[in-house]
Design a protein around this ligand. Structure first.
Ligand code: HEM
Length: 457
């Protein structure tokens, strides 16, 4: 069986200008092939030095052992400021720690059980929306998973479905904002010198203002409901009523708008990408699709199912994990060296850029067996188990690990199981998908599939 799609690597050396052009088009195909074998790679320019770290020991050092020596750079915050303000995604130091102390409890295991009915309702709604399109004609599935993941976020956060006027408004405005200002943009990642001006286009500022105004309306309404004692017990209420155990302070209204903006952005784009690739992989490998369908055939009745049903979805979970390995929605993460370091016998100066690349680490030829192959069974092998511990970081790791990781690992397998239980997914022969990294890893021309109703066996 052939491997699932992988973008071609860049051939040969290029100038900084050529690299910038390739990078703008697609971060993945701008990289040379040796990054799939290297433990560490240095990129020197007249303006900055950049080090891509693939050695699991280095990844652990940067993310887990010394995260404070490798903070997020200010450029990332500057690039995202119009939309995200001072959200937890872009802050560092004490501000970031305080934000995580308030946010993390809302996503803890026990709390996830409370969000399950809302996730299930979003999954059932996605199946209903797709039923009308399951006639064998091509469907661009990313648009569908994007809507489903946005629905999950609005239902779990604010107890409103995507059909609600404000939810729909935020969803549409985000699409417009991404066109104006991709989050993983050149300015945020390439450390160009300070004198290079960084403009936010009028459109970027306009769409960011529109999104924030809508979110501000939702949070103001929720604050009033909390004060009246009529607020639903959802994630927004949990976060807005939680206080920092160290200072006793809660988020104020503008801070809450920052956090909701990042929950929506980080929580829906990523899950949508993972779900779309998981469905595409299942269309390419129908034997695995049948295994998922068999697993999902029983025990998922919306009337009775609870979060414990997920324990039974072992194959579905491994398929979703394998999709996150092959197509990590966040393909690269960037940090900055806050002090000089010696990494693998190289002197890394203060201010150097440290790149962690789930994309390359997950397909590293010296770490994984069959790195480019689709094999959800690998997680039961010694190699798969070892790599899961040391070379698998779709949600990052350490103190700054994605707070939504547990949430996403319930949402992904649940929606996958509900969709495969209802439909057969098949590839569209003349529209193969090719991964490209803009905001997240998406299909260059979308991800096209044919759906047909799955008859019970
Ligand atoms: C498959 C789904 C998801 C993937 C693959 C994913 C991946 C990631 C990764 C790699 C990071 C670290 C980025 C960096 O350090 O540069 C991150 C951070 C974050 N994610 Fe997720 N995420 C997912 C779903 C979610 C969900 C559902 C939420 C919330 C509802 C969420 C909220 C966040 C937040 C707030 C951060 C910033 C944390 C911090 O910097 O302290 N994510 N995510």
């Amino acid at each position: 069986m052939t491997h699932p799609p992988k973008p071609p690597a860049r051939a040969g050396r290029v100038s900084l200008r050529q690299y910038a052009r390739l990078f703008r088009d697609d971060i993945l195909s701008a990289q040379p092939a040796h990054l799939y074998r290297a433990w560490m790679a240095e990129f020197r320019t007249p303006f900055f030095r950049s080090y891509l770290c693939n050695d699991p020991k280095l990844v652990a050092l940067v993310l887990k052992q010394r995260p404070e020596d490798f903070p997020k750079s200010d450029r990332i915050r500057e690039g995202l400021a119009p939309l995200l303000g001072n959200s937890v995604f872009v802050t560092n130091g004490e501000v970031w720690k305080r934000q995580r102390r308030i946010i993390d409890p809302a996503f803890e295991g026990g709390r996830l059980r409370d969000t399950f009915p809302a996730m299930l309702a979003a999954g059932v709604a996605a199946v209903e929306r797709l039923r009308a399109r399951a006639d064998g004609s091509p469907v661009e599935i990313e648009a569908e998973t994007s809507q489903a993941a946005a629905d999950v976020i609005f239902r779990t956060l604010f107890s409103i479905p995507i059909e609600h006027g404000v939810a729909r408004g935020v969803f549409d405005a985000f699409k417009a904002h991404q066109r104006a200002q991709p989050v993983l943009n050149l300015g945020a990642v390439l450390p160009l010198p300070k004198w290079v001006p960084r403009f936010h286009s009028r459109e970027t500022r306009r769409t960011a203002r529109a999104i924030r105004a809508l979110i501000a309306g939702l949070t103001a309404q929720r604050m009033a409901e909390i004060a009246e004692g009529t607020a639903p017990d959802d994630l927004a209420t949990k976060i807005m009523t939680a206080s920092d155990p160290e200072t006793g302070r809660c988020f104020d209204a503008p801070e809450m708008v920052d956090q909701v903006a990042i929950f929506f952005l980080a929580g829906h784009e990523t899950s949508a990408s993972a779900l779309a690739w998981a469905l595409y992989l299942l269309a390419l490998y129908p034997e695995w699709q049948d295994k998922v369908a068999k697993e999902a055939a029983t025990g998922l009745d919306p009337g009775t199912v609870g979060v414990s049903a997920l324990k039974r979805l072992a194959v579905t979970r491994d398929v979703f994990r394998e999709a996150l390995r092959l197509y990590p929605p966040v393909p690269m993460m960037v940090r900055e060296a806050a002090c000089p370091h010696r990494l693998r016998d190289r002197e890394v100066p203060t201010g150097a850029q440290i790149v962690l690349s789930p994309w390359h680490l997950h397909r590293h030829e010296r770490l994984w067996d069959n790195p480019d192959g689709f094999d959800p069974g690998r997680f039961a092998t010694d190699n798969g188990k070892a790599c899961l511990r040391s070379a698998y970081i779709p949600f990052s790791a350490g103190a700054r690990v994605c707070p939504g990781a547990g949430f996403a690992m319930v949402e992904g397998p649940l929606l996958l199981a509900l969709l495969v239980r209802a439909f057969r997914f098949a590839p569209v022969a003349d529209r193969p998908a090719m991964p490209v990294a803009h905001l997240t890893v998406r299909g260059r021309d979308g991800i096209w599939l044919r759906l047909s109703p799955r008859e019970p066996e």
